[in-house]
Design a protein around this ligand. Sequence first.
Ligand SMILES: NC(=O)c1ccc[n+]([C@@H]2O[C@H](COP(=O)([O-])OP(=O)(O)OC[C@H]3O[C@@H](n4cnc5c(N)ncnc54)[C@H](OP(=O)(O)O)[C@@H]3O)[C@@H](O)[C@H]2O)c1
Length: 241
Amino acid sequence: MEYYFITGTSKGIGKALTEAILQNDNTYVYGISRNCAVKHARYHHLHFDLSDTTALRNNLHKVFVPLKEAERIVLVNNAGVLGKIDYIGSQATDNFEFVFDVNVIGPAILMNTFLSAYYSQQCPKIILNISSGAGKRPMDGWSAYCASKAALDMLSLTCQKEQELLGTGVKVYSLAPGVVDTAMQAHIREAESDQFSELERFKLLKENKELLDPEAVGKKILQLLKQPQQYSSVLMRVDEI
Ligand SMILES: NC(=O)c1ccc[n+]([C@@H]2O[C@H](COP(=O)([O-])OP(=O)(O)OC[C@H]3O[C@@H](n4cnc5c(N)ncnc54)[C@H](OP(=O)(O)O)[C@@H]3O)[C@@H](O)[C@H]2O)c1
């Protein structure tokens, strides 16, 4: 059996990826998010709020359970939040903590525990973090999000370097999924124009049907997970798959 731990399975890219994975009989998915929207015999949901890092830390034993005869074990840190779109100087300060907890601290805790829990398991292991192009270029109004995705990229690069030095064979990726038609994009379009100078461009992407379909993106991500030997770079974009 191939085991997948995926955060943010209740909607968007995470739900689409989960459904694509479950089409193969040889798979089992542990989904992590506040809401459950997937019903399947080979799906188990774990209700966690990743912004509550104390509760997450105290319940990790419920996530990374012993996996006998695993053929492959995969962690996908997909859950993410943009937070409040606003300029630094006029934000509620707890926005920074909230965005970093969900986008960086939660994934770091899960990566750390995943690697230690399955250290002695000999099967192929993959960590895939869902990042963003916003981690590579500044977007006004999105400071916490941009900084958090840059941090996620560096967490992934460091983790891959460590696994290579250790000779474990674990593969780590940080994937920018493109601009995808999900609730996150709807949230972006609700911003005020004085909080986000690219608002009109994002509205036009939707109007002109230029957003990527989450199901198509889920299938692309699965392609990467199935053939990691074809992709040597840690930082990836979906159009490179
Ligand atoms: N859509 C895009 O254009 C785009 C572009 C670049 C990068 N990304 C990245 O792609 C990933 C998926 O985004 P998406 O567009 O699919 O977003 P989405 O439709 O808003 O879904 C976000 C998922 O994350 C989960 N989540 C959010 N806050 C959480 C929390 N506090 N605790 C646990 N789970 C939480 C949500 O579940 P619950 O609400 O049930 O908790 C949901 O399943 C994110 O990391 C995002 O940054 C998206």
